[in-house]
Ligand binder design. Structure first.
Ligand code: NAD
Length: 536
């Protein structure tokens, strides 16, 4: 049964402005400022992971609709790029106000579609909101360079200009924050944008787009298309299940009018997009998978450290790219594992809408099965199961994709559960005799998203900061996601590209430099000289 949430993501005014009737609560495309029902005959169900109820249906945007979205973005570009940056910033000022106004609605939508707890969903929106606030300072952020009199009477300066049409491809785990990492920065730089939300939870993107338009973003500056590349079982209007071959992501990579792509998601998709789009000459920033480690020194403050590990390991049911999924205990701190188990046992697993829930469900049955399989493979290869979150029953939500907090000890780096990103509430415990050995374990892992150390020794912390191979480093901080005036800085297999999301790098990603050399001097002409001009 399709509930009324699909089109009810949108205000009544917008629903009634849909060009086509939307009886099945299908999520519309956003093209040239209009929410338009897709003509696609196939859709993907958006499923509430706590109940399995179908919340809405995502159409597989057709090729014609995709092209119309690109045309709309291209048409909107010339006047938007010439709109003063102060005016563009003011749209962001208004947008941040509207996001605050509708924070509860956004959070509820996230919890229903994605599963995380309402409190966590508020955090999801808030961390995105901070990027909108950051975009409000784009005038300052974009300041160029000027050198006077580089040669006699000649000055050189640089200007940052928007690229044109940019695109964003989003993952399921932060339905509000990650779209907000992308389009606010891109459009405030003067670009127009085509956003493809995750097909698993597109609702927050739709609400945000509606708010952006209410804030005054002109038609065509932000467009939304739907679908994925992946072959999945989908349902057509007559309810027949079949495989589909629509390739919206490839269309985005291949389209000549798209100049830059922001991607966040898995390595499989991210490296595909990076390679395919780069072959077409596009710039790409691709944030991908992770295996974030915490090194626990025996001199760390026990209570604070264990609380931090449990929160960062199991929050959002482990479905954060910055979740701490591996704890490396150094020397005597190994005995602290017991404290982890005690704390993990107190966590309440429930639907995210229920008061007091600490962990909601994971996104899908497939994700749950995969997590189970990786836990089992850890046990079979010699890890000790300290607490088992499999087969838990949540009263009232018996069909939910719940996995409780799980801790595996004595994990070694050749185990599949260590090599793979589990993306669930599973904390792996490893052991090292020294800080050097612990750093070596972390650095041998292929991912480099985040890493933390817990210690009271400045010497150990400084050594860790210098030697650790990770983009985001925490010192007594479990999830060191930088605020937007810095950038989100994954490294190794966690990132492809060279300009990170938000901060100065984010602005640089969405702009290109033009360097102007001007001569204003009142001197007689020197005559014709064919020699290379030099400045002496
Ligand atoms: P995903 O790669 O399955 O999906 C992300 C997007 O790519 C979706 O829009 C999807 O439609 C599309 N897609 C999926 N498979 C594709 C394919 N084969 N070809 C082309 N496009 C494809 O990722 P997910 O499961 O939605 O998100 C979880 C992953 O995202 C985890 O690996 C997590 O670590 C990562 N993530 C990373 C960061 C970061 O900043 N590093 C942040 C959040 C999530």
């Amino acid at each position: 049964q399709i509930s009324a949430i699909g089109a009810s993501h949108l205000s009544t005014a917008t629903q009634s402005s849909l060009k086509h009737a939307n009886p099945s609560m299908r999520i519309p495309n956003l093209i040239g400022g209009e929410f338009v029902d897709s003509q696609a005959s196939t859709t993907i169900n958006v499923v509430n992971p706590a109940t399995q109820e179908v919340v809405s249906q995502v159409p597989l945007t057709t090729n014609e609709e995709f092209k119309a979205a690109i045309r709309a973005a291209k048409r909107a570009f010339p006047s938007w790029r010439n709109t003063p940056v102060t005016t563009r910033q003011r749209v962001m000022f208004k947008l941040q106000e509207l996001i605050r106004r509708d924070m509860d609605k956004l959070a509820m939508n996230i919890t229903i579609e994605q599963g995380k707890t309402l409190k966590d969903a508020h955090g999801d929106v808030f961390r995105g909101l901070e990027v909108v606030e950051h975009a409000c300072g784009m005038g300052t952020l974009q300041m160029g360079e000027f050198v006077s009199n580089v040669s006699n009477g000649i000055d050189t300066y640089s200007i940052r200009e928007p690229l044109g049409v940019c695109a964003g491809i989003c993952p399921f785990n932060f339905p509000a924050m990650i779209p907000l990492w992308m389009f606010p920065m891109a459009v405030t730089c003067g670009n127009t944008f085509v956003l493809k939300p995750s097909e698993k939870d597109p609702g927050a993107s739709m609400i945000l787009a509606e708010l952006a338009m209410e804030a005054g973003l002109p038609n065509g500056v932000l467009n939304i298309v739907h679908g994925t590349n992946r072959n999945s079982v989908v349902v057509d209007r007559d309810c027949f299940a079949f495989q589909f071959g629509q390739e919206i992501v490839n269309n985005i990579c291949d389209d000549d009018d798209i100049k830059a792509i922001s991607f966040v998601g898995s390595n499989t998709a991210g490296m595909h997009i990076y390679a395919r789009a780069a072959a077409k000459g596009k710039r790409v920033q691709s944030n991908m998978g992770a295996k974030n480690h915490a090194i626990i020194m025996p001199d760390a403050s026990i209570d604070a450290t264990l609380n931090a590990l449990v929160a960062a390991g199991f929050g959002a049911a482990g479905q954060r790219c910055m979740a701490l999924s591996t704890a490396v205990f150094v020397g005597g701190s190994k005995s602290w594992e017991e404290g982890l188990v005690e704390r993990a046992k107190t966590l309440k697993v429930n639907a995210g809408t229920e008061p007091g829930a600490d962990l909601g469900p994971v996104i899908s049955k497939q994700a749950k099965d995969r997590i189970y399989r990786l836990i089992q493979s850890g046990i079979e290869s010699g890890a000790r199961l300290l607490i088992d979150g499999r087969h838990i029953l949540v009263p009232g939500y018996e069909n939910g994709n719940f996995v409780g907090p799980t801790i595996l000890s004595d994990v070694t780096s050749n185990m599949e559960c260590y090599e793979e990103e589990i993306f669930g509430p599973v904390l792996l415990c490893m052991q090292a005799d020294s800080l050097e050995e612990a750093i070596d374990i972390v650095n041998r892992n292929k991912y480099g998203n985040g890493a933390s150390i817990f210690t009271t020794s400045g010497v150990a912390a400084r050594k860790f900061q210098n030697e650790i191979e990770a983009g985001q480093v925490g010192i007594n901080v479990p999830i060191p996601v930088p605020l937007p005036f810095f950038s989100f800085t994954g490294s190794k297999s966690s990132f492809a590209g060279d300009l990170n999301f938000y901060g100065k790098a984010g602005m640089q990603f969405y702009t290109q430099i033009k360097t102007v050399t001007q001569q204003w001097k009142d001197l007689p002409s020197q005559g014709v000289s064919l020699a290379m001009p030099t400045s002496q």
